[in-house]
Write a protein that binds this ligand. Structure first.
Ligand code: FAD
Length: 415
């Protein structure tokens, strides 16, 4: 064997798994068909979401469901034929979003979110990546008093779990963000999260740390994965090498089940695509924090490349053609409230949040396939949860008891 473990997929999740396996004395190779951190882990909103102790549930109110049916909402869109094929998982997602199931799921989810900052901070210190931190906290902006006060209850409930916030009046918002054009009823500033100014670069710094510590990063197609006669695994690299290992970790984000299904394991991933675009700053008009326009579900994040607008979700197959309608609709509204200059990118970027119907990531041993492990399905918070997933998976794979109960995240729940 050339290695103990090969990790397939070099997004935030795969790179974190590779680092933590390496820290447990494994010889690890990391393989991706592109350079590290160029897919969803590149283009997200860059927030390490320590406040997200409740995963992103499907709104169950009739108004949302009826307005969604017209496919003209800014926060959620769908490609009809693709969405029709997802009806089973979406129905399950809807049922899991009811208060009872959601409460149980959130208790489990919180055990991961609670470790997100410390696991990132350790890696950022080791990788010398603290310069990528753009600030602490982010702001949820509300346009109506009704929505604002409803959200105050959410914030107060999370405070019971140690998640900190500050309530901002309309005047506070204007004082904190004097460049806002539109007026808002108020906001909630989450103070625990950390905003990263270049999420893809953070993944690359983690990958560099992995290489500095002796790990190997290869270009290669994960679909070349096959069994060896000795019961191990083989993968071909783009440079013509064949890597072999006892164990394989599949961390291909939304593409994971395309590979695992070849070996008999599948799980119902709901692909929620998202788009981004960067805008040049308007001279003299800065945005101090990352902000979310709660009503329309888009984020404006100050990034190294400019102000990054990221959209809500588009339900569409991961490899289906892009549709710029959602980002165009979000941009039109955002321009009325935020100081967005000229577009910086030639085309909108697109990535896919791999969401599970029970809103929890999937990591652990793949049932029925000896030596195969997986880590995927991190949905809206994979950038946040990569390092904690890496730590827990590496513990499981090396016979160490993980520091939280990992059973709720087992791949076996879909087998
Ligand atoms: C618009 C948007 C905003 C978001 N904002 C946030 C946020 O603020 N905070 C947060 O925590 N999360 C956020 N997310 C979610 C987060 O980005 C994802 O959950 C996370 O990036 C998933 O990481 P991953 O490593 O699982 O997948 P990816 O980053 O997609 O990595 C998968 C890797 O697999 C590789 N791959 C695929 N197929 C093959 C193959 N055949 N062979 C070899 N390699 C292959 C790809 O090249 C890629 O590098 C956001 C997502 C979107 C879309």
């Amino acid at each position: 064997m050339t290695h103990d473990t090969i990790v397939l997929g070099a997004g935030m999740v795969g790179v974190s798994c590779a680092l933590h396996l390496q820290a447990r004395d494994q010889a690890v190779a990391l393989v991706d068909r592109r350079a590290t951190g160029l897919e969803t882990s590149y283009g997200n909103a860059g927030i390490i979401q320590r406040e997200a102790i409740e995963p992103y549930a499907l709104p169950r109110n009739l108004g949302f469901l009826l307005s969604g049916a017209t496919n003209r909402r800014v926060d959620v869109r769908y490609q009809p034929a693709d969405a029709a094929r997802m009806l089973g998982p979406l129905w399950s997602y809807y049922r899991n979003s009811a208060p009872g199931p959601l409460q149980k799921i959130s208790r489990e989810y919180e055990t991961l979110i609670a470790l997100s900052l410390e696991t990132h901070q350790q890696l950022m210190n080791d990788a010398g990546a603290n310069d990528l931190i753009g600030g602490s906290g982010y702001v949820m902006l509300f346009r109506t008093e009704r929505e604002l006060h409803a959200f105050h209850q959410v914030a107060d409930a999370r405070a019971q779990h140690g998640v900190q916030h500050i309530k901002l009046s309309s005047a506070d918002v204007a004082r904190e963000e004097p460049s806002l054009i539109g007026s808002f009823a108020g906001a909630v500033r989450w103070t625990d999260p950390v905003a990263i100014r270049s999420p893809g670069e953070l993944v690359q710094r983690y990958a560099q740390l992995f290489e500095e510590r002796g790990g190997a990063v290869h270009l290669g197609d994960a679909m070349t994965l096959r069994r060896t006669d000795a019961g191990g695994w083989q993968v071909d690299t783009a440079s013509g090498e064949t890597l072999t290992a006892r164990q394989i970790v599949i961390a291909l984000g939304p593409w994971t089940t395309q590979l695992t299904s070849r070996f008999g394991y599948t799980a119902p991933v709901i692909p929620k695509r998202g788009y981004h675009m960067h805008y040049a700053p308007v001279p003299g008009k800065a945005l101090n924090s990352t902000v979310i326009d709660a009503e329309y579900g888009y984020v404006i994040a100050p990034m190294q490349k400019g102000l990054r607008l990221t959209t809500g979700a588009e339900l569409a197959n991961v490899d289906a053609p892009r549709n710029p309608a959602q980002i165009e609709a979000a941009e039109q509204i955002a321009r009325q409230s935020f100081p967005l200059g000229e577009r910086v990118d030639a085309e909108p970027w697109m990535g896919t949040r791999p969401c599970m119907p029970d809103m929890k990531p999937v990591f652990g041993a793949v049932p029925g396939v000896a030596g195969m492990w997986c880590a995927f399905g991190h949905g809206h918070q994979g950038f946040t949860l990569g390092p904690v997933t890496g730590e827990l998976l590496a513990a499981m794979m090396t016979g160490v008891v993980p520091r939280v109960d990992v059973r709720p995240f087992s791949p076996a729940r879909f087998a």
